[in-house]
Design a protein around this ligand. Structure first.
Ligand code: 5GP
Ligand code: ZN
Length: 113
């Protein structure tokens, strides 16, 4: 399978990891949309959040826990941040490997584009 985020998780595609645990890695987005823009991904391949089987759904909580940890470590709380999980074509997902965007450092707008 040709998956860029599997490549990053496995070390064959270069990225600066800002977090690495047993099941999760995080790294800056190549095309940042905010002063802080980090992608938090499971090392295991799930094409989208919709593709995580019920038995594995705890991985989504792990992604959230790392978001909390990064927000704490980077001082982007309590000013705030946004977590985004684009899912499927109308959700705007462009990379088919589950990821959470952690965006911070500017005022976020609503509704999203
Ligand atoms: P999506 O649109 O699927 O929610 O988000 C995919 C994100 O991955 C985009 O923000 C894009 O900039 C980022 N991205 C795509 N390819 C790479 C890459 O090779 N390295 C990194 N660090 N980010 C990537
Ligand atoms: Zn993958």
């Amino acid at each position: 399978m040709d998956c860029i985020f599997c490549g990053i998780a496995g070390g064959s595609v270069p990225a600066t990891l800002v977090y690495e645990g047993e099941r999760v890695v995080a790294f800056p987005d190549l095309n940042p949309q905010a002063p802080t823009h980090i992608l938090i991904i499971p090392k295991a391949h799930y094409a989208s959040i919709q593709d995580v089987p019920p038995a594995d759904i705890g991985i989504v909580a792990e992604l959230a826990a790392i978001a909390q940890e990064l927000a704490r470590a980077r001082g982007i709380w309590p000013s705030g941040y946004r977590l985004v999980v684009n899912s499927g074509p109308q959700g705007g997902q462009t990379v088919g490997h589950l990821h959470v965007h952690l965006l911070a450092g500017r005022q976020m707008m609503w509704p999203p584009g």
